[in-house]
Ligand binder design. Structure first.
Ligand SMILES: Nc1ncnc2c1ncn2[C@@H]1O[C@H](COP(=O)(O)OP(=O)(O)OP(=O)(O)O)[C@@H](O)[C@H]1O
Length: 229
């Protein structure tokens, strides 16, 4: 019997498993993971390499389907949707921050931030307004025209955060977002991420090994061999 998610949770997973392959060689990426994240909450998922952190984020964000179990974004069950519905809901509801920033090198900071709005077919004037606002929130209003290679690592990740939040998603997923930053820069980026999660009321799931990042969580869970412990 699978319990229904709390009505206030922005994100919920119940008894999620993800198995790669079959038979004796099968790899159990996730084994019965259940969690909920509320709006404005920063949940850190900590775990050693290979514990299933990336697999969990992929399943929570609808980039991968679980082998069993259920996932909800708000009241909508991702695991009950057709693939095209999942893609549409993902664009509407989920922002991603990547370890290696994931910026397109030929685009300026502003154009990178604009990408999710173009995917959602937001009108040009509204796009320009939202991009300027998002860059301002991450302190990069004066760097809008610069390409990623003209920015520091911390600035590039701030562009990544602006891009993830520009379309006001319900959920933010970040896989080792400070993994490529020196510790002082990582602290500043984390402080910004935490502040934005709280002010924008987005439900965030962030994976990390970084103790600085763990210290800034509202809640921490540990993943070991695909299980929450
Ligand atoms: N597409 C796949 N096919 C087969 N096995 C996979 C696949 N993706 C992940 N795995 C396996 O599932 C387990 C969890 O992997 P995952 O990448 O989620 O771990 P992780 O905690 O994110 O690790 P890291 O911190 O090194 O990124 C590992 O044993 C991995 O080899």
């Amino acid at each position: 019997m699978t319990a229904a998610p709390s009505t206030t949770a922005a994100l919920a997973a119940r008894e999620v498993t993800r198995t790669f392959g079959t038979g004796p060689g099968a790899v159990h990426g996730l084994r019965g993971v259940s969690l909920t994240v509320d709006p404005g909450e920063l949940l850190v998922v900590r775990g050693p390499s290979g514990s299933g952190k990336t697999t969990l984020l992929n399943v929570l964000g609808g980039l991968d389907a679980p082998s069993s179990g259920r996932v909800w974004l708000g009241a909508r069950e991702l695991t009950a949707m057709r693939p095209d519905e999942v893609i549409a809901v993902r664009r509407e509801e989920v922002g991603y921050v990547f370890q290696a920033f994931g910026l397109l090198p030929v685009l300026s900071a502003a154009e990178n931030v604009e990408v999710p709005l173009r995917l959602r077919r937001t009108a040009p004037r509204e796009r320009a307004r939202r991009v300027a606002e998002a860059l301002d929130r991450v302190g990069l209003a004066d760097h809008a025209a610069q390409r990623p290679y003209e920015l520091s690592g911390g600035q590039q990740q701030r562009v990544g955060i602006a891009r993830a939040l520009v379309a006001a998603p319900r959920v933010l997923l970040a896989d080792e977002p400070t993994g490529q930053l020196d510790s002082a820069t990582a602290r500043r980026v984390m402080d910004l991420l935490r502040e934005l999660v709280h002010t924008e009321r987005v439900a965030a799931v962030v994976t990390t090994h970084d103790p600085e990042l763990v210290a800034r969580a509202d809640r921490v869970v540990d993943l070991h061999d695909g299980e929450l412990v």
